[in-house]
Ligand binder design. Structure first.
Ligand code: ACO
Length: 435
């Protein structure tokens, strides 16, 4: 079922007799959208919306956010319930296929994913081409892009079975690629995946294990990791997801599209924020310096932002941030960390910001990244791996959104227009006549 049309907006061009009626389309929840597809034909004008703050780029059945109420639903299920009761692979099934799996479906989905965790042995050679100090996001981007050179048997995007296998391969191999990027950076041998372990458990095994010792993964930490993956799995049409959709709209293969998504996620305004939060906490250094820092954030000329705060859509508490904070306390307790100066600093920073008129009036609240860095650091992840972890989780959302787009009969190449403000047509001037 598509959005239902009910009502319309009539637009007239001032000073002319041109008018058009824009149908209003209603989804299952959320604000209606004005269908502007006939606008240019009827009035000869485009819409102008830099940053797409008022533009719905597609129909989707996957994720719903109510930014004013702080609600996040995956296929209708509240994120709080999924984080509490579900597992990452169950959520992956939900996002990809629309429903939570029954027991048999769950077993078969899990077996399917876990069967694809190994990388082609030739992919190992790619790592050697990188400097040891390469940022792991650079490695991830390169290696994921290279996957399309390995799986010629599943690149026909019009074949549902090819789409299914590519999705499985991407979800399954991403932890292996990510863990190997880490191992390469510290000069340790790559750990091969173990298919008898759960998804998060296997990831921690490949990150922290060494071939000389039998690996033990703490179940509390692996549950926390699973929850972190659930919280990051999808977030409707954010920058990286829109990048994946735009790349995919040209017919590019899914591995290339996910590599584009990884590149887009890397920026500090998006997935790079978790890394930036820790850097910021390190720079503040002590609770006594919070007022100074907040004053700099409020100074328009400083260009300093409170990282981990604010969101394009949430104008209320990001529901993922609350779960993240709880998980943070659980992880620190399990690790026997009684007093973590970074956590104390973050909690005080949050308290100060939430009671400051600047943040209140702009509706700036903590987002998912505010606490995630502290948990990951406590779990032994180096800062430059934080965004990589986000990418591992978001691969499920990206590939689900890509699949939905390819299966959408309305799908066309994404091709925005522009408001041109450059020079009007002029004649070429030979070099000797230029000033
Ligand atoms: N610290 C201080 N001021 C902020 C912050 C912040 N973190 N975020 C927004 N503002 C202010 C802006 O200065 C602006 O003020 P103005 O109206 O006086 O000019 C106002 O709030 C609106 O900000 P915009 O940048 O227009 O909001 P936008 O929706 O474009 O940006 C973004 C959203 C990029 C997330 C922004 O809030 C930000 O930079 N936050 C810090 C980085 C971060 O945590 N990113 C993670 C996002 S979640 C994710 O990707 C997983």
């Amino acid at each position: 079922m598509s959005g239902t049309a009910n009502g319309s907006i009539t637009l007239t061009v001032e000073g002319s007799n041109k008018a058009t009626r824009l149908p209003l389309l209603h989804g299952s929840i959320g604000p209606a959208v004005a269908d502007i597809r006939k606008l240019y034909g009827d009035l000869g004008v485009f819409t102008y919306d830099p940053g797409y703050g008022a533009t719905a780029s597609c129909e989707s059945r996957i994720t719903y956010i109510d930014g004013d109420e702080g609600v996040l639903l995956y296929r209708g299920y509240p994120i709080e319930q999924l984080a509490e009761h579900s597992t990452f692979l169950e959520v992956a099934h939900l996002l990809l296929n629309g429903e939570l799996p029954n027991r048999a479906e769950s077993q078969s989905f899990e077996r399917g994913i876990l069967r694809h965790t190994m990388l082609h042995e030739q992919i190992r050679s790619f790592y050697n081409g990188f400097r040891r100090d390469a940022h792991p996001m650079a490695v991830l981007c390169g290696v994921v892009g290279a996957l399309s050179a390995f799986y010629h048997d599943s690149l026909d995007i019009n074949d549902p079975e090819h789409r299914r296998i590519s999705a499985f391969r991407l979800i399954a191999k991403m932890p292996t690629i990510a863990a190997w990027a880490y191992k390469y950076s510290i000069g340790q041998p790559f750990m091969y995946p173990r298919n008898d372990l759960g998804y998060a458990e296997n990831f921690l095994h490949m990150m922290n294990g060494v071939p000389t010792e039998s690996s033990y993964v703490n179940p509390v930490l692996s549950r926390a990791m699973d929850r972190i993956l659930i919280l990051h799995a999808d977030h409707e049409q954010n920058a990286s997801t829109s990048t994946v959709r735009l790349a995919g709209s040209t017919g590019a293969n899914p591995f290339a599209c996910i590599a584009a998504g990884i590149a887009s996620l890397w920026g500090p305004a998006h997935g790079g924020a978790n890394e930036a939060v820790l850097k910021m906490l390190g720079e503040i250094g002590h609770i006594d310096r919070i007022p100074d820092f907040i004053a700099r954030v409020k100074d328009k000329n400083s260009n300093v932002r409170l990282m981990g705060f604010g969101h394009r859509v949430y104008k209320n508490y990001d529901p993922r941030a609350k779960i993240m904070e709880r998980t943070c306390h659980e992880v620190l307790a399990e690790l026997g960390i009684k007093d973590d100066p970074l956590l104390d600093l973050a909690m005080e920073l949050e308290r100060v910001a939430l009671s400051d008129e600047y943040f209140i009036s702009k509706k700036l609240y903590p987002n998912v990244d505010f606490y995630s860095g502290i948990i990951l650091k406590a779990m032994g992840f180096p800062t430059h791996m934080f965004t990589v972890l986000f990418a591992v989780a978001r691969t499920v959302g990206w590939i689900s959104q890509w699949k939905e787009m390819i299966e959408d009969p309305l799908q066309r190449i994404g091709r925005p227009r522009q408001l041109y403000i450059g020079p009007t047509q002029r004649d070429f001037v030979p070099m000797e006549q230029r000033g």
